[in-house]
Write a protein that binds this ligand. Structure first.
Ligand code: UTP
Length: 264
């Protein structure tokens, strides 16, 4: 059973500066809940019982958002609906563990920071920029993992001209969605398919051995894609064409579109 999920939150959010300077994008609202609470709902609904947040000193406000504030509770003690939402957040916080990434050394490094807390062979990894409406993508990954006993990643088909904006996978067996390569932002010519990876991974802990060995990439960061490419050599790795609607909350324009979509 997959019971633990990692949510990396220690990035700088540079594409949405200066808006992300004081309020991390993960806490921006998508209606009456923050983006991060939508991601947590997906986790808990998929049977996850513990979520590990990878944060940084600059993003302590995320911890503050979830941790109990008795003074606030006292202030709204006669407003039962508001009090209920605060108490509910407190319930959620009991399922969250926090670890720190000292510097933003890349997604791969952020995931490494959670290693010591992970217990079972497989864990979920969710990137909060990507919100899925209308189906539970994590549940779909878990179902494939159960059937194949392997790592799984969520995929969506993009337009040919857009492959250069995403991580694109190649298939050893397209019918069965068995993945044999992953290329970051390829040219149209070099793209092995039109299937882009999105921020939902179900990974074997064997990824840690590879992440530790990995050298930093062009931007001085440890990329998870490089480790996955090495993993694919020795292990089965499957794609999942998830059912729901993909919402990109990682840019201001995408966030506005997502907000409208979620409030339709
Ligand atoms: P991104 O590469 O999208 O970076 O990270 P970002 O900080 O969110 O935003 P931009 O690109 O600067 O605008 C993907 C995920 O990995 C986390 C981010 O918080 C995000 O959830 N991350 C990234 C870390 O936790 N640590 C890092 O060093 C890098």
């Amino acid at each position: 059973m997959i019971k633990q999920a990692v949510i990396p939150l220690a990035g700088l959010g540079t594409r949405m500066l200066p808006l992300t300077k004081a309020l991390p994008k993960e806490l921006w609202p998508l209606g009456n809940k923050s983006i991060l609470e939508y991601i947590l709902d997906e986790c808990f609904d998929a049977g996850i019982t513990e979520v590990i947040f990878v944060i940084s000193k600059n993003k302590e406000v995320i911890k503050k958002y979830f941790l109990r504030d008795k003074q606030l509770e006292k202030a709204v003690k006669n407003k039962s609906n508001i009090l209920k939402t605060l108490l509910n957040l407190d319930k959620v916080s009991k399922k969250i563990k926090f670890v720190y990434q000292d510097k933003p050394k890349g997604l791969g490094h952020a995931v490494l920071c959670a290693q010591k807390l992970l217990k079972s062979k497989y864990f979920l990894l969710l990137l909060p920029d990507d919100v899925i409406k209308g189906s539970n993508c994590s549940k779909e990954l878990i179902a494939i993992n159960k059937k194949k006993n392997s790592s799984v990643i969520a995929l969506r088909k993009v337009k040919k001209n857009d492959v250069k904006r995403y991580g694109i996978v190649g298939f050893a067996n397209k019918h069965k969605l068995k993945i044999n390569k992953m290329i970051e932002k390829p040219s149209i010519k070099l793209a092995p398919s039109k299937f882009a990876i999105i921020g939902r991974y179900l990974l074997n802990k064997s990824i840690f051995k590879l992440l530790k060995k990995q050298k930093t990439g062009k931007l001085g960061e440890i990329q998870i894609t490089d480790a996955i490419n090495n993993m694919i050599v020795d292990e089965n790795f499957y794609g999942c064409k998830f059912k729901g609607k993909y919402l990109d909350c990682g840019t201001t324009k995408g966030y506005i579109k997502s907000f409208i979509e979620m409030n339709k």
